[in-house]
Design a protein around this ligand. Structure first.
Ligand SMILES: Nc1ncnc2c1ncn2[C@@H]1O[C@H](COP(=O)(O)OP(=O)(O)O)[C@@H](O)[C@H]1O
Ligand SMILES: [Mg+2]
Length: 266
């Protein structure tokens, strides 16, 4: 049985079919890379799987259980967690407090057991390379630090499957390499991962499988080498690689500006 499965999943925004009848199965232990041009529907697709948005059509099954209409917090307690494209920490709290809060409300959380939540949060900060900043305000973090904090908060809920929306967005090359290392180590510790990313080289380096979405539809899926040599994929995506790279640089600037301004979506 697959860990997570969706069938004919669809999302319509008034006139726009943002996600169009996508079938996908994710097996326990996989790292799946989700790629596709800007506006392809990647974030919307993840929003449907995590319960951020209600589906228009189709079904989602998690460990054999139909979760299509299950609220997001309940999915979180079942073992699904996600990070956002633009980090969403509580800026009024310290880094440790942000992660502690997530631990208290996650699947293993017991609202009155604050001490063990703090202990768990400290452990996670260690794992995500943020321990040295535990007592600092989130406003002291760089983009890379904020992205790590997103991962730390998600991890505090003890996920079986983690959805990462552009975890490398806005990072420089060495920060991106560190982020990929973190993704790999989480996977080695048993977390199944679906991550959205623009940088093909990065996706290919860590993913067991790549899924390509274009205009809301699944265009291809398979091993990185099979997918990247697929002619249809090349036409829809790789053919535009130079403009995609340009857009990526542009997005990096926008993400940095949005993070600095506390904006929650770009
Ligand atoms: N809340 C929304 N309301 C209306 N349209 C939306 C909403 N969210 C996304 N869209 C549209 O759906 C399409 C897919 O967006 P998105 O999932 O963000 O793409 P991606 O993450 O692949 O860049 C885009 O055309 C976008 O403008
Ligand atoms: Mg997106």
């Amino acid at each position: 049985m697959s860990l997570l499965q969706c069938a004919k999943l669809g999302k319509r925004f008034s006139g726009l079919q943002a996600v169009d009848s996508i079938d996908l199965s994710i097996e326990k232990g996989e790292i799946v890379g989700l790629i596709g041009p800007n506006g392809a529907g990647k974030t919307t697709f993840v929003n449907l799987l995590t319960g951020e948005l209600p589906v228009t059509s189709g079904t989602i099954t998690y460990q054999g259980q139909d979760i299509t209409r299950m609220p997001q917090d309940k999915r979180n307690r079942l073992g699904l967690a996600r990070t956002f494209q633009v980090p969403r920490p509580f800026h009024s709290m310290t880094i440790l407090e942000n992660v502690t809060l997530a631990a208290l409300f996650g699947r293993a959380g017991r609202p009155h057991d604050r001490r063990s939540a703090v202990r768990k949060a400290a452990e996670i900060l260690e794992r995500t390379g943020l321990y040295g900043n535990a007592g600092a305000s989130t406003t002291t973090l760089t983009t890379a630090g904020l992205k790590r904090l997103e991962v730390a908060r998600a991890l505090a809920t003890e996920p079986d499957i983690l959805f990462l929306d552009e975890p490398l967005g806005g990072l420089n090359q060495s920060e991106a390499a560190d982020a990929l290392k973190l993704i790999r180590s989480l996977n080695e510790a048993g977390v199944t991962i679906l991550f959205i990313e623009h940088i093909i080289k990065a996706v290919s380096a860590v993913s067991h499988r790549i899924v390509v979405i274009a205009r809301g539809q699944k265009l291809a899926e398979g091993t990185p080498s099979a997918v990247l040599s697929n002619e249809e994929v090349k036409r829809a995506y790789l053919g535009n690689i130079s403009s995609a790279l340009e857009r990526n640089a542009q997005r990096r600037k926008q993400t940095n500006a949005a993070v600095a301004g506390g904006q929650t979506d770009v």
